[in-house]
Design a protein around this ligand. Structure first.
Ligand code: OFO
Length: 171
């Protein structure tokens, strides 16, 4: 069972995950508009992953007898200077999400809510991967440059990312 405070904070996190999805969908659309279809693919996979994160928390709140309250999603940015700008903003946003997840874990520890603490471990691990991916792409953009052949090669690499939906266990 969730405390009212934990239920509220998890609802806020659902909203943040939905915003993350919205932000990356916007980056995907921007990438398409400038002909970077590989970047567009990468961000669309990211959009799908963020929706999955939101649904994970949605299912968890319901499974604990809580109630999901949906809130308005802020309008995301829609214009970016260049691919590096998109990835720097992505990394900054993910660092903010990591901070929010850590605060949720702190709350679960303070409330001795062991179930939620265990549930949140998946997100702690996921954030390591998310920030790692962003840092990796930023390094490549620094090395290969944001124009010409280098950019073309990175775009090609990002075009092969595939979204793998979670496999639901059968009862
Ligand atoms: Fe990007 O990990 Fe969820 O928000």
């Amino acid at each position: 069972m969730l405390s009212k405070k934990m239920e509220k904070e998890l609802n806020e996190q659902i909203n943040r995950e939905m915003y993350s999805a919205y932000l990356y969908m916007s980056m995907s659309s921007h990438s398409n508009s400038i002909g970077l279809t590989g970047f567009a693919n990468w961000f669309m996979v990211q959009y799908n992953e963020e929706m999955e994160h939101a649904m994970k928390i949605y299912d968890y709140v319901n499974s604990q007898g809580g109630k999901v309250k949906l809130m308005a999603i802020d309008e995301p940015l829609s214009d970016f200077k260049n691919p590096m700008d998109m990835f720097q903003k992505t990394l900054k946003h993910e660092q903010f999400i990591t901070k929010c997840i850590n605060e949720l874990v702190d709350l679960s520890i303070n409330e001795k809510d062991h179930a939620t603490q265990i549930f949140l471990q998946w997100f702690v691990t996921e954030q390591i991967e998310e920030e790692g991916n962003d840092n990796d792409i930023i390094s490549k953009l620094e090395l290969a440059g944001s124009k010409g052949n280098g950019l073309f090669m990175i775009d090609k690499e990002l075009s092969i990312r595939v979204y793998n939906p979670p496999v639901k266990e059968k009862n």
